[in-house]
Design a protein. Sequence first.
Length: 283
Amino acid sequence: MSPTPQESLADPVELSPAAFNRLARYITSELGIKMPESKLTMVQSRLLRRVRDLRMVSLDQYCDYFFESSSSDEREHFVNAITTNKTDFFREPQHFAYLLDVVVPAMAQGAGRFKVWSAGCSTGEEPYTLAMVLAGYAAAHDGFDFAILATDISTKVLAAARDGIYKESQAEPIPLPLRRKYLLRSRSRTEGATRVVPELRRRVSFHQLNFMDRDYGIKDIFDAVFFRNVMIYFDRPTQEAVIGKICRNLAPGGYLFCGHSESLAGLDIPVQPVMASVYRKPI
C-alpha cells in the first residue's frame, strides 16, 4: 500500500543526486552562490518547510514543481529559503572607526550628501549601524548630510530590515549611549524587543537586488560601499564580475569595505588596497 501524503511527510526526505545537481546549477547561475555537494544537507533542511507548506511528499517532487512552475512567488520563496543571512550590529567595528576617521573627511569636502551603499544588508544591522555613526558625525559637524542605500536579494530579510525590530540580545553590540539614543524599547518588557527610531529608519532606503543581474539599475554614485561577508559565497570569477559592477557606482576616490576573511588579491578590479579589507577607487 502506498503511503498517504501525511505519512510521507513524517518520513525523512532527501534530495536525489539528480535533483540536487539541478537545483545547485540553478542556484549558482541565478544567484552566484557556490553549491558543492557538501551543501546537500543544508539545501534539504532549508527547503523542507516549503515542501510541508505545499503538502508535497518529497523534496524531489518540489524540485520538479519548482522548475515546471512559472510562478515568481515560488522563486521568491525559494530564494528566501536558500540564501544565508548572518549579520550583527557593529560587526567588524574597525571599519566604522575608519569610516569616520578617514573616509568621511576625505569624501565629504563638497556640498553634496555623503552616500553609502550597504550591499548585502541582510536584516538591516549593518545599514542601521552606519546610520548611527553617521548621525553622530552629523550632530558634531554642521552641514553634513548623508543617505544610505541597503540592498539584498531576499525579500524576507528586507521586510524585517524595514521594520527595524530586534531582540534586545541582538542590540547588545551597540554601545549603550547609542542604544539609548536610537532604539525604542518595547512597552512589554516580557517581549524583550527594541525598534530603531523613525528618524534613523528614514535615513535608510531598502531595495531588492540580485548581484547576478547585468544592470543593477542604481543611479546614485556612492562615497563608500560596504560589501562585506558576501563574496565568500561566490567563486573567483563571480567575485571579480560583481565587484566590477559595484564599482560602477563608486565615486572616484571612494572606498570599498570587504569582510576581514575576504581577499581581493589577484582579481582584476578597479580598486586598490589601502588597509586590511579596505580598498579605494583611484581618483
